[in-house]
Design a protein around this ligand. Structure first.
Ligand SMILES: C[S@@+](CC[C@H](N)C(=O)[O-])C[C@H]1O[C@@H](n2cnc3c(N)ncnc32)[C@H](O)[C@@H]1O
Length: 212
């Protein structure tokens, strides 16, 4: 371990449902896009945590692969999926270290909620997006949410690396819309929508984009 796994393992060990048991509003936002295309079947949930949104997607008929580098989170989600017999495969994986463990053009959609604002350098974010593009089918969706500069914690905490702040032990990047564009466009994504949303206690941009 040398990333931020320890803090997340601790969080999930002390609270198995840290983010709540209900799906996020972002998951519903993405679901509304996906049901416009009846061929959408396979989804990849990156940084899935204990899986509130993976569970929602699987309950609504999608096959889900979930990755997270927290062993504790993956165990929690695996147990729930087994118990409820849901089509979710949950795996321990650090997305900044290696290419995603899937073949090219494998998923209809990739989803990540509050992952890209974790401690990743811009180089790592570009690598992650290029990998997302590789595993997506043509015209596949890339949905992601990130914390933004209207967040009440922006400007608080100490800068630990350029653009990344330590907020109560969590290392966070706060995005502007322009930064989202300049991350996604060169990696071959067309931004379809950026919507601001407050999810207690953070302020997010919800992003719907498409591989082109
Ligand atoms: C803010 S939490 C969001 C969890 C989940 N998406 C949700 O909304 O319920 C971010 C998650 O990303 C995971 N994570 C952070 N960096 C990661 C990395 N490099 N590789 C894989 N997972 C990572 C953390 O373990 C944590 O579960």
């Amino acid at each position: 371990m040398n990333g931020g796994e320890e803090i997340w393992d601790r969080v999930y060990k002390s609270d198995n449902t840290f983010f709540g048991e209900e799906r996020s509003n972002f998951a519903k936002f993405c679901f509304n896009y996906m049901i416009t295309n009846k061929h959408v079947k396979k989804i990849l949930d990156l940084g899935a945590g204990h899986g509130r949104d993976s569970i929602f997607f699987a309950t609504n008929g999608f096959e889900v692969e979930a990755l997270d580098y927290s062993v504790v989170a993956v165990e929690i989600l695996t147990n729930i999926a087994d118990k409820k017999r849901l089509p979710i495969k949950s795996t321990v994986f650090d997305i900044k270290k290696k290419p995603l463990p899937f073949p090219d053009s494998h998923f209809d959609a990739v989803y990540s909620h509050m992952l890209f604002n974790m401690r990743f350098s811009l180089g790592e974010l570009h690598f992650i997006l290029s990998e997302i593009r590789r595993v997506l089918k043509p015209n596949g969706w890339n949905f992601f949410s990130v914390r933004n500069r209207n967040d009440r914690f922006y400007g608080k905490g100490q800068e630990v690396e350029k653009g990344i702040y330590n907020i109560n032990g969590f290392q966070i990047r706060f995005f502007t819309e322009k930064e989202i564009q300049s991350l996604a466009a060169p990696e071959g994504f067309e931004i379809l929508q950026i919507k601001e949303e407050y999810e207690e206690p953070v302020t997010l941009y919800l992003v719907a984009s498409k591989k082109h």
